[in-house]
Design a protein around this ligand. Structure first.
Ligand SMILES: C[S@@+](CC[C@H](N)C(=O)[O-])C[C@H]1O[C@@H](n2cnc3c(N)ncnc32)[C@H](O)[C@@H]1O
Length: 284
């Protein structure tokens, strides 16, 4: 597979994602990014119940760790769905994602860069009346190295208009309380590349219509691919689905490998990535 990745820039296979990663060379992957099946979500590709979730996902983490470069990253986009209500309990929110985050540090020795929040502007209604409407997902962002480096400039965002006004009109002054934000009166210029990125991502859910029930929007993998990899680096999605991560990786000039158990998804993704590769080549 690695020969195919090096030749075409990407490879996808109908295969278990953990065994797919194990077949790649050690320390070859800069970023493992993906959305596993969500806890308690009934989908046509199965349902990983919260009680068995850690057992289900562990082989993927075990496989990823030796394949990540020493400066590599793992990002898991996931949402904790509720457990089914019974005659004596309401539909509880599962805490298995929090448990996974703690285990990534304590058991697998990774380092938490952040747990970022994706706020969905148009969340699907759940119909439940036991808590507020479910409108966010978590992105568990972990580093192999305790001291990591990320491309902040690549993910800067436009300044808010009120920040621009502040920069134009405001002079920072030393504070009488001893906090040394500035030592002498100073005007601060906005960074020409934009404001520092936030650890919250806000946007709509994917509007793409295809064979897959859970496609993610482009801007999710885009942020982490830009932040953690450079052109030519290898990005892997062990839960390929429709191929969104691969699309973004190929578009951004990264090498990509992806795996899924459903052959229809893999075939659709292969075609999409081939077309994307051709577009990238044509525009080069
Ligand atoms: C949440 S979806 C991923 C969606 C994808 N991010 C997208 O944008 O289309 C999870 C995917 O994991 C796949 N999957 C489940 N078990 C798997 C396994 N053992 N190995 C690889 N993929 C698996 C499912 O078939 C499903 O397509």
């Amino acid at each position: 597979m690695i020969n195919q990745i090096n030749r075409d820039g990407f490879a996808v296979a109908c295969q278990d994602g953990a065994s797919g990663m194990l077949a790649l060379p050690d320390r070859s992957i800069k970023l493992v990014y993906g959305s596993p099946p969500y806890p308690n979500a009934d989908r046509d590709y199965g349902n990983w119940k919260s009680a068995e979730y850690i057992d289900k996902i562990s082989p993927f983490i075990d496989a990823a760790i030796p394949k990540l470069t020493d400066d590599g990253f793992l990002v898991i986009n996931v949402k904790a769905n509720r457990e089914k209500s019974t005659s004596i309990t309401s539909s509880k929110r599962s805490l298995v994602v929090e448990k996974l985050a703690i285990k990534l540090e304590e058991d697998w020795g990774l380092h938490c860069v952040d747990i970022e929040i994706w706020v969905k502007e148009n969340p699907a209604p759940t119909g439940l009346r036991v808590a507020c409407q479910d409108a966010y997902e978590q992105n568990l962002w972990f580093s192999v190295a305790p001291k990591w480096s990320i491309n902040l400039d690549a993910i800067r965002r436009p300044y808010e208009s009120h920040s621009v006004k502040t920069y134009e009109g405001y002079e920072y002054k030393p504070r009488s309380n001893g906090n040394t934000y500035v030592r002498k009166n100073k005007k601060i210029q906005p960074n020409p590349l934009g404001a520092l990125p936030k650890n919250i991502i806000t946007g709509p859910v994917s509007a793409r219509i295809g064979n897959h029930q859970a496609t993610q929007p482009f801007y999710l993998p885009e942020k982490y691919i830009k932040a953690t990899t450079n052109e030519g680096d290898l990005v892997v999605d062990p839960w390929l689905g429709s191929g969104t991560t691969g699309y973004m990786a190929v578009k951004l000039g990264r090498r990509f490998a992806g795996f899924d158990l459903v052959s229809d998804y893999v075939e659709d993704a292969k075609q999409w990535l081939k077309e994307t590769r051709q577009e990238v080549n044509a525009n080069a």
